[in-house]
Design a protein around this ligand. Structure first.
Ligand code: KG4
Ligand code: ZN
Length: 347
């Protein structure tokens, strides 16, 4: 079955075609087209919703057309369409949803609405499909979310903990802004941090806190870490010469917090698999240190992280989440009932 996925929840207009082999539950990505607005939003240091919405309207049809063309799939061959329902910016979500409503009606195709966070989670099923063993503990870290979930067979999810203030990606973006690095901050902070490590970590060590590291729950908090960074920079006249050191200390603090809580949850819930996903899962240090922590503390537990191209927002992950809704026999949503929901909760 061919599935078209559509994602417009923030600043990427994305469409992807995948093929689902129902017998083996495996999916293969045939195209993954993303029109990024990063260059536009860079000027403002963040996403401007009205600008994002206008760009989505301009890009959505060419992006869908390109995704079908690259996959060499005709609309009549599609078995399903998947679209992001939320959470996200409502003005961005609407473009994807209204486009899909029209396609569902004119092409007469069934539509499955998908939670954006579930999309990030199913990015890990693109390569692994049926091999994942449950229960899995999944850490989703993006610009909008930091959330630990227990995923059981059949796609059942339970939220174990989430951030009480900033998301991990948001913290990276704000740290980058304080250090004058630009937007989006994650890749820039991690590039500077890598420089510091490659240079042998010169200079005095920078000490940053790890808020809520030992709290008895699975929640996170990053705003105190961000403020601690701000105060240290303010007190340091030569901070501009030490940007790589600050980035390295900041990245290490975020990584330590995320790994500590994930391993704790995986132990408590006897996870057979640990998964990392979301835009921040592009971070090389987080990927490798979590993989090592799983191997050290949870022998026998499998570790999954998406290929780099499926970490930040994309539509292949939405198509993959749709494939599993089809496999789990969730009902499709009639075109008249499709609704974007910017505050959509995970079920
Ligand atoms: O998943 P995503 O594309 O969008 C949301 O759903 O929010 O995540 C974007 C976030 C941004 O905050 C960005 O700074 C962060 O992911 N990010 C990274 C890296 N690449 C992207 N954070 C840390 N290290 C990276 N290499
Ligand atoms: Zn995302």
């Amino acid at each position: 079955m061919y599935i078209l996925g559509i994602e417009t929840s923030c600043d990427e207009t994305a469409a992807s075609v995948i093929r689902l082999d129902r017998r083996s539950s495996r999916v293969k990505v045939l195209s993954n087209v993303i029109s990024s607005q990063i260059e536009i939003h860079k000027k403002y240091g963040g996403v401007i919703p009205e600008v994002a919405a206008r760009e989505h309207v301009l890009n959505i049809l060419p992006v869908i057309h390109e995704s079908l063309a690259q996959a060499k799939v005709k609309p009549k061959d599609l078995g399903a369409i998947g679209v992001t329902k939320g959470p996200g910016l409502v003005t961005s979500l609407l473009t994807g949803m209204e486009t899909v409503r029209t396609l569902a009606y004119t092409w007469r195709k069934p539509v499955w609405e998908t939670n954006h966070i579930a999309g990030h989670i199913y990015a890990n099923f693109i390569a692994s499909g049926k091999d994942v063993r449950f229960p899995a503990v999944v850490l989703t870290v993006s610009g909008g979310h930091t959330i630990l979930i227990r995923l059981s067979s059949g796609g059942k999810m339970k939220i174990l903990g989430e951030t009480r203030d900033d998301a991990a990606g948001e913290a990276f973006d704000k740290a980058a802004q304080m250090l004058g690095l630009g937007y989006p901050g994650g890749p820039l902070v991690s590039r500077e941090a890598a420089r510091h490590v490659a240079a042998g970590r010169p200079g005095r060590a920078i000490d940053l806190p790890r808020p809520m590291l030992n709290s008895p729950d699975f929640d996170f908090s990053f705003s105190g870490l961000k403020t601690a960074l701000l105060y240290q920079i303010k007190a340091d006249k030569g901070w501009r010469r030490r940007i790589p050191a600050y980035c390295s200390a900041f990245q290490q603090a975020v990584t330590d917090i995320l790994i500590h809580k994930t391993i704790k949850a995986a132990k408590q819930y006897r996870a057979e698999s640990v998964m990392l996903t979301g835009g921040v899962s592009a971070n090389q240090q987080l990927r490798s240190e979590l993989a090592a922590a799983v191997a050290d503390h949870l022998p026998g537990t499998r570790f999954y992280v998406p290929e780099h191209q499926y970490t930040t927002d994309n539509a292949a992950m939405i198509a993959a989440a749709t494939a599993f809704q089809v496999l789990y026999k969730h009902p499709a949503t009639p075109w008249k009932k499709l609704r974007a929901d910017s505050g959509l909760q995970l079920k």
